[in-house]
Write a protein that binds this ligand. Structure first.
Ligand SMILES: NC(=O)C1=CN([C@@H]2O[C@H](COP(=O)(O)OP(=O)(O)OC[C@H]3O[C@@H](n4cnc5c(N)ncnc54)[C@H](O)[C@@H]3O)[C@@H](O)[C@H]2O)C=CC1
Ligand SMILES: O=C([O-])CC(=O)C(=O)O
Length: 331
């Protein structure tokens, strides 16, 4: 089966390196690039790479969004503005909420069966917006809608390895759960595989670094945006996990921000946290999320405290997205 993939926001800081990685994937036979600017150039450039994926580039004119998304199997969305120093991810809501809503409306019409991977911030709110739009169009399948929180997992691997001396951080599996901003990000070092030992005097700083890793990059870029290259890596890693699951590979498990009450194994998580959307390790298969794992049963005391702070913030982010989807501000 040929896989059609789309990157929406393909000309941006994340979109370009992400499209490059997607172009090199042997799992993709067609790659459509959509953005409001510059896609013809990015597509022409990538089209010279001798990998199988056939590249096309679309702009909004001449129904470009519809043509780009039509019958797509997987759509990755890094469209939207990034942070500058002094901003929170929630400060991006006013602009990015409308961008994501508009893109999902088109996707619901022309690619209702697509796997949708949302990178655009604030993820804690943009994913609930997407779910509400898909519900309103009667095409919502919780197994196919994902908030991409993989960068938190990637950071946890990297920062833990710096402490433990592990030479290959990719050998570590560290669940990071909750949401994707500040204190809503909850790394579970106690559930790392293989197990890791973090000295007591380093734990608080490590947790903070994973929670606020995005701020570190925003500060270093000093007004020129937020993480793009590490995010492209993380976005591709997650897209590849979804594609491998689709192709029948077994044992693919990685965290994602999903609609938990609609997924096998997720009901308890929604009940315990009071959050309908939560990042948890998901088992990926031929139809998307086959099951969610429940990491909440094994938390240590420190992680329980982190979880409490997480759900307080996350609930508000989720309801802000749901409210927006139903009552967008009038133009
Ligand atoms: N989930 C995560 O872990 C992360 C999320 N992000 C988020 O990803 C988003 C993109 O970041 P960057 O690539 O650095 O920003 P950027 O500004 O470099 O690129 C965004 C692209 O989106 C395009 N765009 C704007 N409106 C659009 C629309 N209606 N349709 C299609 N494309 C549209 C722009 O033309 C631009 O090319 C931001 O919201 C950022 O906060 C960034 C890093 C990590
Ligand atoms: O910090 C930001 O605004 C971008 C982001 O989500 C991250 O790097 O985790």
């Amino acid at each position: 089966m040929g896989i059609k993939a789309v990157v929406a926001g393909a000309s941006g800081g994340i979109g370009q390196p992400l499209s490059l990685l997607m172009k090199t994937s042997p799992l993709i036979s067609e790659l459509a690039l959509y953005d409001v600017v510059n896609t013809p150039g990015v597509a022409a450039d990538l089209s010279h790479i001798s990998s199988p994926a056939k590249i096309t580039g679309y702009l909004p004119k001449d129904d470009g969004a519809k043509l780009a998304f039509k019958d797509a199997d997987i759509i990755v969305i890094p469209a939207g503005i990034p942070r500058k120093p002094g901003m929170t991810r929630d400060d991006l809501f006013n602009i990015n909420a409308g961008i994501v809503k508009g893109l999902i409306e088109v996707i619901a019409d022309v690619a209702p069966k697509a796997y949708i991977l949302i990178i655009s911030n604030p993820v804690n709110s943009t994913v609930p917006i997407a779910a509400e739009v898909l519900k309103a169009k009667n095409v919502f399948d919780p197994k196919r809608l994902f908030g991409v929180t993989t960068l938190d997992v990637v950071r946890a691997e990297t920062f833990v390895a710096e402490i433990t001396g592990e030479k290959n951080p990719q050998k570590l599996t560290i669940p990071v759960i909750g949401g994707h901003s500040g204190e809503t990000i909850v790394p579970l070092f106690s559930q790392a595989k293989p197990s890791v030992s973090i000295p007591d005097n380093k734990l608080a700083a490590l947790v903070k670094r994973v929670q606020f890793g995005g701020d570190e990059v925003v500060a270093a870029k000093d007004g020129a945006g937020s993480a793009t290259l590490s995010m492209a890596y993380a976005g591709f890693r997650f897209a590849e996990a979804v594609l491998k699951g689709l192709s029948g590979e077994k044992g693919i498990v990685t965290p994602s921000f999903v609609y938990v009450p609609g997924l096998p194994g997720g009901e308890e998580i929604a009940k315990e946290t009071g959050c309908d959307f939560f990042s948890v390790p998901v088992e990926l298969g031929t139809t998307g999320v086959e099951k969610v794992q429940n990491p909440l049963t094994n938390l240590n005391d420190n992680e329980k405290t982190l979880l409490k702070a997480c759900v307080e913030g996350l609930k508000g982010n989720i309801s802000k997205g749901v409210t927006f989807a139903h009552n967008p501000p009038q133009k």
